[in-house]
Design a protein around this ligand. Sequence first.
Ligand code: ZN
Length: 674
Amino acid sequence: MLKTVFFTLLWIASALAQPAASSKPPSVRFDIGALDKSADPCVDFYQFACGGWLKANPIPSDQARWGRFDELMDRNRETLHAILEEAAKPSAGRDSVTRQIGDYYAACMDEKGLDARGLASLEPDLARIRDLKDKAALAGLVARLHRIGVDVLFQFSSGQDFKDSGEVIAQADQGGIGLPDRDYYLKDDPKSAELRDKYVVHMQRMMQLLGEKPERAKADAAAIMRLETELAKGSLDLVSRRDPEKQYHRLGAKDFAALSPSFAWSQYYAAVGAPEFQSLNAVWPDFFKALDTQLRATSLEDWRAYLTWHLVHAQARILPAAFVSENFDYFGKTLTGAKEIRPRWKRCVDFTDAELGEALGRKFAERTFGKQGKERTLAMVQAIEKSLGEDIQQLSWMSPATKQQAAIKLQAIANKIGYPDTWRDYSSITIKRDDPLGNDLRANEFDFQRWMNKIGKPVDRAEWQMTPPTVNAYYDPQMNNINFPAGILQPPFFDNDLDDAVNFGGVGMVIGHELTHGFDDQGRQFDAVGNLKDWWTEADAKEFETRATCLADEYSKFSVAPGANVNGRLTLGENTADNGGVRVALMALETVLANRQRPEIGGFTPEQRFFLAYGQIWCENEREEAARLSVQTNPHSPARFRVNGVVQNMPEFQKAFSCKAGQPMTPVNSCRVW
Ligand SMILES: [Zn+2]
């Protein structure tokens, strides 16, 4: 389980996308040969930087998207694969960490055994649902399902209090739907209606695989759809969820319970394993009112169908083959456009990373990331922090008072690089070599309890929300820290053999991006210690909003398919981070280059290579289905616009490539926040 509220990533591997599957190990490096020199960089810089790569790298059939991030993920996965194959060999010499990841992986790989075992490990929970006798017993059952990772009715976890980041409190949030976002239930265009129809058919088929008769399965699927639609209507939309004020409602336990009086909350808290607490954050209180209406209106029979569907849906990836295939048919093929499922070993590597991530990641870090890697990255982080500090001080639109507060916040950002200092101990999870499904349920339960145990305890600032092999990075506004897993600190992001210009355009931009998140439309509302607290003068906040609106309008004009435009407000934080990140990375590069020889390499100046490296990390082909899914749910802009959207706003780019005023990459109205 990830932190559910604020947590800003560098990019998002859509939860539904199917990562990685080329047969040859890719050469994952900055590549002048991948340019399209027939394109004019001042007309379409993305095409110029990526055209050759895009042509040479069609999307593999088991992928929804294929880009340079995926290439690197593929390479990391090869390393993990080697670690796991070795760990899976039963030998007396295996240490306990090796044994756990090895046995988890071996069980997952045993597809025949899994098919033979059928639903045996799920049966006790299926029986609990069948035996649900009255609505009063629902709370205990929901608690059990939450503990094993099934998203029903609502979500329950813990998190830092928004206004007192040193305190960890319980948190209840909207949830309980099967489609990727509430809008999928509510939009009335033909495409959305078609996806809904197919979703209902998918649910029906899953219920039939469980043994229901077709007529009954059809009626159940319709009832589930009705219920989920009501939950979706009660949910807050994604753009509003970017506003921290809308997500903070600290209520006494009694006041919270009064929102859904039909649910036995004390019974739930006891069964879910939460310590006693007096108050909690009800992220979106209206949702719990809508939930109460459904608790009263929905029949026991429909609740049983709904819970059964979600239990099977949550575990579908690790059920017998017929379930896996039906699940892929909808959530892979229909929603993302992937043509075939990934090879089993790739899926099992990813599941091990998801369930026992710091045990596997520990072995990964030992193999790939030395002390040197940590020091080198830290030096770059410090250089870019210095540039951001200077950038803020030079801003024409911000008053000295706000600048001073911004400097305090920047100073306080903690840097976490590579992997955690102490590794999570999974030894209490029983991993059996012949029970992949049971392993998954027990690992989910361990993770859920971990979040429960935090309630009322001091914040653990050393903890990571990403595993070491992850090709991503994040800024956490409540911790006020930036995090760079070992998995991304490699080519094409960081390449020891290449010039500074390329590395600042790669990992330098990633660092600048995460730092800027502390000052985007969302991050700027949190102070140096991670509290939701306004440190801006009114006039400066207004100036910020004007500039942010310019960016939102710019990106809203970008389109990926007919009727599918980028949502400038949903992506505002990420676009702000991209624009600021590239700017401060370039500033840091100029500092390094000052008083040095500036030879052209491969026919390009250092500034040109900087922009090309930035462009190239985003080279990506994407299927239309996946692109449509992405603009609706992903807070990041599509790759092409992450590149062209930024360079259009940079006079430094126009100078580097000698673009003329009025060309597409040199628009008359450009935007700048940071
Ligand atoms: Zn980001």
